[in-house]
Each structure stands twice: as C-alpha cells, then as structure tokens.
Design a protein around this ligand. Structure first.
Ligand code: SAM
Length: 219
C-alpha cells in the first residue's frame, strides 16, 4: 500500500460519507490561496470529530489550533443546540482567514475565536468543556493536556491529533521537538488515572499519522 492508494481510498470514503460542501471547499481554497499550510484535518477526520461531538452530545467544545477554520466548521456544525466552539489561534493571519471562512459557512454565531498563544488564552477560559481537540504546536502538547484536564469534567472527550508522525513517535532518541512533545503527552495520558485512552494510526491523504482519543473519568 502506498500514499497515492491511501489517498484514493480516502477519496472513495469521503465522497460517500463525509463530502465537503461548498462552504468547506471554499474554506480550503481560501486557505490555500492565502498560502496557509495544508495542515487541516481531512474530510473523514473532520467527520470523525463531528461524530464525537454528536456522540458526546457536546455543547462546549474547545479547539487548540484553528488554522483556516476547517475543523472548526466541522465541529461547530455538529454542536448540540445552543452549543459553542471556542477555538484558539496564535497566528493573526490564520485567525483572520478563519474568521471569514467561519462566517461564510454560516457558523459564526457558534464559534468564539480567540487570537493569541494558547498558553496565554487557556487560563482565561471557563470550565468545563465537553470535548477538547488539541491540534496546535506539538511541543506544547504536555501543557495542553494539563489545561484540557483542568477545563474538563467527568465524561469530557479529549482528542490529540498528529501523534504518529510517520512512525517517528517510537524513536525515543528523536531530536524533533514535535516527536518529543507527543511522546511526553502520551506518557502523561498513560500516567493520568482519570483518563481512559487509546491511539489510532491513520493513513490517507494526510500520510501516515494518527490521534489519541481519551475520556476523563471520575477524579
Ligand atoms: N485544526 C485545524 C484544522 O484541522 O483545520 C488545523 C490546525 S494546524 C495543525 C495548527 C495551528 O495551530 C496553526 O494555525 C498554528 O498557527 C496554530 N498554533 C501554533 N502554535 C500555537 C500556539 N502556541 N497557540 C495557538 N495556536 C497555535
């Protein structure tokens, strides 16, 4: 199996199960034209996030790392009535573009976009969130896990993206700060008695990667 076939399989399932509509296609196009990195989740991954929001019945969702707002739109559309996604983006240019994409997708009333470094914004947020999606700078993942727990309640779902990194996660001697951030994050998840967690590897249009999925239990 190789990358082009992974992409073809992604396209096969995405066309049937999670097609991008006009707003999502325009959001990706606007981000691409503005030169943002193509680090958005895939359509199928976005649909998985939406399903998790729906399965959890989430009304308060926290996203760390907005980029152009693609995952934010997928999350916002899945909210229970009266729900809100709080999303944090450090790069003002990304945030401005995301604001436009979110407005064009018709979900601006359900998105609270905070511009700033996540570690500055997180202490200003009110708990609890029902679902937390961690998708920003990986070296800060250990701190983001701490904040996700601090802003959680029993039952909160935590998703940490990009934890496989093309298999590099198993290299304890890696000099890549992203790999080390993910490894420390996984160790902290494993050591936290309140968390039940798994990690799922994925292949597809985004290459070989994966995510950690965790649920907060009773303290
Ligand atoms: N969640 C987005 C999606 O799937 O559409 C993709 C997010 S992208 C992987 C990561 C984003 O995190 C980038 O836009 C980057 O500017 C932002 N970021 C990086 N460091 C950050 C920080 N310290 N605080 C907040 N955002 C940060």
């Amino acid at each position: 199996m190789d990358a082009p076939r992974w992409s073809a399989v992604d396209a096969y399932f995405a066309e049937r199960l999670a097609p991008d509509d006009v707003a999502l296609r325009e959001a990706l196009a606007a981000s691409g034209q503005a030169g943002l990195p193509a680090h958005d989740v895939s359509a199928l991954q976005g649909q998985m996030l939406a399903l998790l929001v729906q399965i959890a019945g989430a009304r308060r969702v926290l996203e760390i790392g907005t980029l152009g707002g693609y995952s934010t739109i997928r999350l916002a559309r899945a909210l229970a009535p009266g729900g809100m996604v709080t999303t944090i983006e450090a790069d003002a240019r990304h945030a401005e573009l995301a604001r436009g994409n979110i407005a064009r997708a018709g979900v601006a009333d359900r998105v609270d976009l905070r511009v700033g470094r996540a570690l500055d914004v997180l202490p200003t947020l009110e708990a609890p969130f029902d679902l937390v999606f961690i998708d920003a700078d990986k070296p800060s993942n250990p701190d983001y896990l701490g904040w996700a727990l601090a802003l959680s309640r029993p039952g909160t779902v935590i998703v940490g993206d990009n934890v496989v990194r093309g298999g590099a996660v198993v290299n304890a001697a890696s000099s890549d700060p992203n790999v080390q951030g993910v490894r420390r994050f996984v160790d902290l998840v494993a050591a936290e008695p309140r968390l039940t967690a798994t990690a799922i590897q994925t292949v597809g249009e985004k290459g070989w990667d994966g995510f950690v999925l965790a649920r907060v239990g009773e303290g």
